[in-house]
Ligand binder design. Structure first.
Ligand SMILES: [Zn+2]
Length: 423
């Protein structure tokens, strides 16, 4: 007797009419016409069943703080950092926990069940670290939260930041972060990358740096990150987040750079919603888009994920935890309009970030965790087009969120009926 069967599922790879059997929180069968009895059955009726969304880049310590203490007037990254600096001294642990827990509720409702969040380690009291470690435990039954020790003020530029960062790792933060382009000089930026990669290598941790989040084509810290990842044998455990300067780099230099990133096994994490709003702010016209070179990175065989980065915080006043909105924006900004490229955009918010985070048991194979979404769409492209309704969100075989199908009733004269926008 199974716990649950999802019947007549369409899978992201195009297989149709598959039944998914679930027992003890795991997938135990994926096949047509499963005959084993089950305590509960859901007829998915040809809708898309996917593993859950994964956000490879987020800031849960600042989320839902929009307007505190004031709104970012220039819309720039630098005013956002300054604003966060104003907000930090007023933060309380309770407020941090409440906002993070509220965001995790939003995330689950949207089928987002794994998040890598950076947490600022530059506050000497490490309030945000304590708060998010607490949240990580509280949400564990329904959401995997991975934390990155992020020295927002620069690990060399910020006062005592390296000591603080090590303390955060000692407290149980999972990943080593950095922000080389925010250090005082290019040399300090490169030195910060070396220090942080060596620290991660010593401790056997992953690395995820905010890297070259600037329109300056000479910001080339990704080259240094790839160099140390390769030198230290950290292939598959290092990610460069943002990499927006690559948008503005010289093509010849990029043709040398991409194979080095590939050789080093470094993944790229673009943040389309934030990159398209924060970058190019010093430009007149034409205005650069500022997102990294996603199709070119993918063509080189480099893993590329899309992150949400911000929701309602000093940097971004929009967002709802919807990774399909992220994929939708990424698709547009990168002009990834072929069928294959649109499917890569879906992978950039599901399987690729799962790989970058090192999630175990992720996927639709027999033996994987029964973490699943039933989406109101027939395939991944339609899911992105419609930002499809998450009909059922399933965690370890248990339904944790449901949303009614999106259907509009028409009352037009001579055209009564309903519209669901499915093709
Ligand atoms: Zn970020």
């Amino acid at each position: 007797m199974l716990d649950l069967i999802l019947r007549h599922c369409t899978l992201p790879d195009g297989q149709s009419d598959q039944d998914i059997g679930i027992l003890g929180g795991r997938i135990v069968a994926v096949q047509p016409a499963l005959s084993t009895p089950a305590a509960q059955e859901i007829n998915v009726a040809g809708q898309l069943v996917s593993p859950p969304f994964v956000d490879a880049h987020f800031h849960m310590d600042s989320t839902l703080s929009y307007g505190q203490p004031r709104i970012n007037q220039s819309g720039t990254l630098l005013e956002g950092i300054a604003l966060w600096g104003e907000l930090k001294p007023t933060l309380t642990q309770d407020a941090l926990v409440d906002r993070a827990m509220a965001y995790c509720d939003w995330a689950v409702a949207k089928g987002l069940l794994a998040i890598r969040s950076h947490v600022d380690v530059c506050d000497p009291k490490l309030l945000a670290v304590e708060a998010l470690l607490h949240v990580r435990e509280r949400v564990k039954p329904y959401l995997d939260l991975q934390l990155v020790a992020f020295p927002q003020d620069g690990v060399l530029r910020g006062h005592n930041a390296l000591v603080q960062l090590k303390r955060a790792l000692d407290m149980g933060v999972d990943v080593v972060g950095g922000i080389p382009h925010f250090e005082r000089t290019m040399q300090d930026g490169a030195e910060s990358v070396r220090i942080l990669c060596e620290l991660a290598a010593e401790r056997g941790l992953r690395v995820d740096m905010h890297c070259d989040e600037t329109d300056d084509p000479m910001s080339r810290h990704i080259e240094t990150l790839a160099y140390h990842a390769q030198r230290l044998g950290m292939q598959g455990r290092v990610a460069g987040s943002h990499l927006t300067s690559m948008h503005s780099m010289d093509n010849y230099y990029v043709s040398k750079l991409l194979p080095l990133i590939k050789e080093a096994g470094v993944a790229a994490i673009a943040n389309p919603l934030i990159n398209i709003t924060l970058q190019g702010r010093h430009d007149t016209y034409p205005k650069r888009r500022g997102m990294t070179r996603v199709p070119e990175l993918l063509a080189q065989g480099i893993d590329v994920a899309f992150g949400h980065d911000c929701v309602m915080d000093p940097w971004y006043g929009m967002g709802s935890g919807d990774m399909l909105e992220v994929a939708h924006m990424g698709l547009h900004v990168a002009q990834m309009t072929s069928q294959a490229a649109m499917r890569q955009c879906f992978a950039a918010v599901t399987t690729t970030p799962a790989k970058i985070l090192g999630l175990t048991g992720y996927g639709l194979d027999v033996g994987c965790n029964a973490d699943l979404l039933v989406l109101q769409a027939r395939n991944p492209v339609e899911a992105i087009r419609l930002r499809a309704t998450r009909l059922h969100v399933i965690r370890q075989g248990r339904i944790v969120a449901q949303t009614p199908p999106s259907v509009a009733a028409l009352t037009l004269p001579g055209r009564p009926g309903s519209v669901d926008f499915l093709c």
